[in-house]
Write a protein that binds this ligand. Structure first.
Ligand code: AMP
Ligand code: GLY
Length: 424
């Protein structure tokens, strides 16, 4: 069969590598893709938000399944456009992708269906939000309602900070129209764990857990980034946590969406916080995490196409989802200066070391070909290097060895990925 993947990051590269392993697949296209994805897929220069052009391409090429990797096209309704054209597509429709696209929607859903999450209020105008803050408990969390590249969340420790935050989000529109509404949420403390799942509208199958490293510098210092790395499984995702989430969170979310007439097909990513009162939902995403996909997918035993087709066909109950009993660590090789300012265009060497291996992977995020045909740095996050091992300790050792195989000018990475902060 022919598969089209929509997106261009490390996540889409991990999806492309998983799809390439499927014996069912003869040909992979990726729109727009990147210099690394080009090894698995024919890259097509159509942007992820050009829904009609993508659907035209899928029709012309006779694509059997299109996989949407990114949040923007999902929230914008790409799946509806493909379905209207009679094309098979993996991902939630617009009315279900709202689970990620609107924080006000997801909070209301959780409240209505008693899914554990932080207490909150929603505001449509700055004045009422400012008035509410006067009596609210600190610290407090402000969230722009819509998609904001993962940056629309402000944790405020003083009233002043919180008032400035409301102004930034709702008046200065720092996150654009995402700030037309705002959620003001109770501050929670605890470990954060990410759990990805496949969903077919009624059945949900949970993937192995993961944790990410969001801050730019070692010791969880520095600015928040799109993610400097991940590891899987999370040692904090215990059997008890799993049982609690299965009972109160996962199926409850899928059932709630179905009850609202918003059947969810695709990936639900549960951002969880393990609080003293038990696990609570921090956020939902309607797609694989980036870079969570880069540690979870290499550990999955199933044929990803079989699982995705089962989701599209509403037959996920027939799939026995299985993961290797090992661990994986991903370290992002970034450009020095990320996430603020950095130079691009440096040639990268060492890729050949990864060729043919099934225990070390080099996922491309920000790379491109220069006019000499060399692969060069083309973003803040350049590559995601993943290694597996019998356990996290071994995976981490393998990982840091593999990061040395790659060279480019201004290469920057964190050094303690795969370690829980207090693990020493
Ligand atoms: P979100 O995009 O909603 O996951 O928020 C981004 C990050 O902000 C999370 O990964 C948490 O680290 C933090 N965060 C979000 N909501 C809360 C909350 N209610 N209490 C504490 N931290 C939070
Ligand atoms: N790594 C977090 C995300 O993909 O949203």
């Amino acid at each position: 069969m022919k598969v089209l993947i929509v997106g261009s990051g490390g996540r889409e590269h991990a999806i492309a590598m998983a799809v390439a392993k499927s014996p069912k697949v003869d040909k992979i296209y990726c729109a727009p893709g990147n210099a690394g994805i080009a090894a698995q897929a024919e890259c097509v220069p159509i942007a992820a938000m050009e829904f009609d052009k993508l659907a035209d391409f899928a029709k012309e090429q006779g694509i059997d399944l299109t996989i949407i990797g990114m949040d923007d096209p999902l929230v914008g309704g790409i799946v509806d456009v493909f379905e209207e054209r009679g094309l098979r597509v993996f991902g939630p429709r617009k009315n279900a992708a709202i689970l990620e696209g609107s924080k006000a929607f997801s909070k209301e859903l959780m409240k209505k269906y008693n899914i554990p999450t932080a207490g909150y209020e929603t505001f449509d105008d700055a004045d009422s939000a400012l008035a509410y803050l006067e009596t609210a408990k600190l610290p407090i969390v402000l969230k722009a309602d819509g998609l904001a590249l993962g940056k629309g969340v402000l944790i405020c420790h003083t009233l002043e900070e919180a008032k400035d935050g409301v102004k930034e989000i709702m008046q200065d529109k720092k996150f654009g129209t995402a700030g037309n509404r705002m959620v003001v949420e109770e501050f929670m403390t605890g470990r954060e764990v990410s759990v990805l799942s496949f969903v077919d509208g009624k059945t949900i199958k949970i993937m192995s857990s993961a944790q990410d490293h969001k801050r730019a510098l070692d010791g969880d210092q520095g600015l928040n980034t799109g993610g400097m790395g991940t590891f899987s499984p999370s040692p904090f995702y215990t059997k008890e946590v799993d049982e609690f989430c299965k009972k109160y969170i996962y199926q409850a979310t899928v059932d709630a969406m179905a009850a609202e007439g918003r059947d969810f097909q695709g990936i639900i990513f549960f951002g969880l916080m393990l609080t003293e009162e038990g696990p609570k939902v921090l956020e939902y995403n309607a797609r694989f995490g980036d870079p969570e996909a880069q540690v979870v997918l290499p550990r999955m035993k199933n044929d990803i196409i079989e699982v995705m087709e089962a989701c599209v066909d509403g037959k996920l109950d027939t799939i026995d989802l299985q993961f290797e009993d090992n661990a994986a660590v991903c370290v992002v090789l970034a450009s020095e200066g990320y996430p603020v300012s950095y130079k691009k265009g440096y040639p990268i060497t060492g890729f050949e070391q990864f060729d043919g291996r099934d225990d070390r992977f080099c996922y491309h995020a920000g790379t491109a070909f220069n006019d000499k045909g060399e692969i060069v740095t083309n973003g803040g996050r350049v590559l995601g290097i993943t290694a597996t091992g019998a356990d996290l300790k071994e995976a981490r050792a393998n990982e840091y060895e593999a990061t040395e195989w790659i060279s480019f000018e201004n290469k920057y990475m964190r050094h303690e990925n795969g370690k829980a902060i207090d693990e020493g």
